[in-house]
Design a protein around this ligand. Structure first.
Ligand SMILES: Nc1ncnc2c1ncn2[C@@H]1O[C@H](COP(=O)(O)OP(=O)(O)OP(=O)(O)O)[C@@H](O)[C@H]1O
Ligand SMILES: [Mg+2]
Length: 214
């Protein structure tokens, strides 16, 4: 029989209890999201509802990472699986009635540390939500593609849409609200990487590049 590099029997918890901790963090984040959801339903002001909705979306992105980490024997995350989950979750949450937005995840399996996965989840969530909020306004169909790959020892994560494109004269410096500011600071400070948001083949293309160093 060939030897498997990984232990094949699923264990309930690692000896250090890290899986249990991720499980608890996930549950606590879900409780926070539920509290915010209750508060959002009671709010009459649209701007308060929007702000609370944004916070819930960001927290639910982090839930996905801790859910994946709670299943792993080693604290590592497969980026393609993470991106696939974030795409599905947000398409379900934001697709308007009568709209068909097709989520596609491509690329090889690229594994990163839990810390990096949390940063990538935060940034990728913003990019995916942006596509759903801005790229297909007034359109019935679209495709949103998340790609993961490696390039000269580094990791590349791309989110591309075939929607309306960025507003005329858009620059990251002038056109970023909280979402893209968060992406820029996470990529620069936490991942020590680079971020680009440019016109794509048809719509908009966002790229994050960083070194794995794990
Ligand atoms: N994929 C995209 N297609 C078209 N326009 C986009 C796309 N991504 C970003 N934009 C434009 O960039 C602007 C800034 O995005 P950003 O995420 O910073 O803010 P926001 O989505 O408006 O609000 P929030 O702070 O809640 O994220 C958007 O308002 C939108 O005009
Ligand atoms: Mg945004």
């Amino acid at each position: 029989m060939s030897k498997s590099p990984k232990r094949s029997s699923p264990r309930k918890s690692r000896p250090d209890g890290t899986r249990e901790i991720h499980h608890r963090v996930k549950n606590n984040l879900q409780i926070i999201a539920s509290i915010l959801r209750l508060q959002m339903r009671r709010e009459e002001s649209l701007s308060a509802q929007t702000a609370l909705g944004g916070a819930i979306t960001r927290i639910m992105g982090m839930v996905q990472v801790h859910d994946l980490l709670a299943q792993e024997e080693v604290p590592r995350v497969d980026l393609r699986e993470l991106l696939g989950r974030l795409l599905d979750l947000n398409v379900q949450a934001f697709m308007m009635p009568g709209q068909t937005i097709r989520p596609v995840t491509t690329g090889p399996s690229v594994v990163v540390s839990g810390d990096k996965a949390v940063s990538i989840a935060l940034a990728a969530n913003e990019l995916i939500v942006n596509v759903l909020k801005h790229a297909y306004r007034g359109r019935r169909e679209g495709k949103i593609e998340a790609r993961v790959g490696t390039e000269g020892g580094g990791v590349v994560v791309e989110v591309e849409d075939d929607g309306t494109g960025l507003p005329a004269g858009f620059t990251l410096a002038a056109g970023s609200n909280l979402g893209l500011r968060l992406v820029q600071s996470v990529v620069r400070d936490d991942l020590r990487g680079e971020f680009m948001l440019v016109p794509g083949k048809r719509g908009t293309s966002a790229t994050i590049r960083f070194r794995k160093r794990t």
